[in-house]
Design a protein around this ligand. Sequence first.
Ligand SMILES: [Zn+2]
Length: 170
Amino acid sequence: MNVPLPTSLEDLAVEMTRHGWEVSWQRDHGTARVEGSRRGGAAVMATARYTLEKGWVTRFYVIESVVDGGTDWLRVRRSGLVQFIATDRLPADARRWIVRDSKCRCRKHSQATQWRALHLLAGIQLDRLNSMGTEQERRVYRCRHDARRWHLTSQDERTPSPWQGAAAAL
Ligand SMILES: [Zn+2]
């Protein structure tokens, strides 16, 4: 398959939109991230960080849907990301590295995407109809230290999340 390679995060966002992903952005001093999510839990992400030594350093990540067996974020090459955006699949010969390291030190269970976290929350809330009395998780939030982790909490939101994006559609 011959998919043209976008040259910037903006181009990747255009590709995501074109292929029906729900797109969200976060920009900060020297960092930027664009993400796409899909019903079913598939997600794509491109990050850029500015360093004095190297200029913009970009990284690309994908995770397959639950049905496709996606359990971990994979770091991929740009070409792999572009193919994934178009097809929801990583070509068999595409390089991939399972993301194992994390700055998350929350000591809480985490889910890889908002969609997964919301599904878990919905399941817990259904279970609770039968068993009352335990601490009640009521919302999901993105880990402050790792954009590829989502936690559940029983706490109300204290400070608005810096993350801008539509809530994932279940
Ligand atoms: Zn965390």
